[in-house]
Design a protein around this ligand. Sequence first.
Ligand code: EPU
Length: 336
Amino acid sequence: MIFQRDFSLKKFNTFGIDVKAQFFSEIADVADLRHFYEIRSDNSPVLIIGGGSNLLFTKDYDGYVLQMKLKGIDVREDKENFYVSAAAGENWDDFVAFCVDHHFGGVENLSLIPGTVGAAPIQNIGAYGVEVKDTVFQVHTFNTQTLRNEVFDNNDCAFGYRNSIFKSKYKSELIIQSVTFRFSKKYNLNINYTGIANELKNRNLLNPSIADIRNIVCDVRNSKLPCPEILGNAGSFFKNPVVDKETFQRIENEYPDVISFEAEDGYRKIAAGWMIQKCGLKGFRVGDVGVHEKQALVLVNYGKASGNEILSLAEKVRSEVFNTFGLVLEFEVNIL
Ligand code: EPU
């Protein structure tokens, strides 16, 4: 592995924040990863990045930043399923396109999500009624403490809404090397999400294909979500709060137009974008940072914003939502 010193991370985070890594290298080979941990003699922190699409850097990174570049896709099948193993460094949307091209149904609703395959299970990426946990079969990891490879079946991953053991319990211990997905040969398309159902009607598609769903998802996303290459952002900055019945009732009594979705065990997920909009912050801008004008869950960097400026705006959004609704918004993005 070749390390570069004081390396600018501007191109390695989708917010486009110009901070430096003390040491930077790519991981292009599994052996590199093992070798790095075997010979490492200092205690400097290590940050593994994929596409840098869920990160907000507020300062230089005093340690090692390793960019996951492992590549490769492998397909197996049995009578009922296809099993597709993809290396952690594969681009997520290229992987979705590969699946759609091969008629593997199950990830098409997750089209165009920025980032890599290896990052997908960490926060259980989700969109349009589908989460990656629905197709993850196994996650193959490298344990940085024991230097062993460990395989996690879906049930061992404790997947939740934008959560898993790779984000919580084993955050700094496990590095994902590859993910195996299972696609049933008898798949059902997931077309219930309002935005998708409406588009199917508009396009008069009564019997849509996997590719039709991908096209619709891409169009809906492009109409609402800013492209990180044009406008720095990390997708949803906040999670939608999941609240119990009583809390939801309290909010609905005061705001009958509240937008919410059913969640597990009688809980409800409230659309945080709607709450932020209700606080009058949609499209709010201060200097080079702003709340996106089409989707209030997304914070954007209009040019040369610093990580701390974005964080200040996030805190302002959080405090106004708390003052109005009495709910604390959790950050979806990792702050470093
Ligand atoms: N809404 C507003 N104002 C806004 C934004 C949304 O009123 O500014 C309303 C919408 O009109 C809609 C509802 O809130 O009725 C939900 O909006 P949307 O369908 O855009 O989804 P979301 O809940 O805001 C979540 C995910 C997105 C994902 C979409 C689509 C989270 C934190 N975000 O957003 O994921 O693309 O659903 O399924 O769960 C991401 O995680 O980075 C991300 C972009």
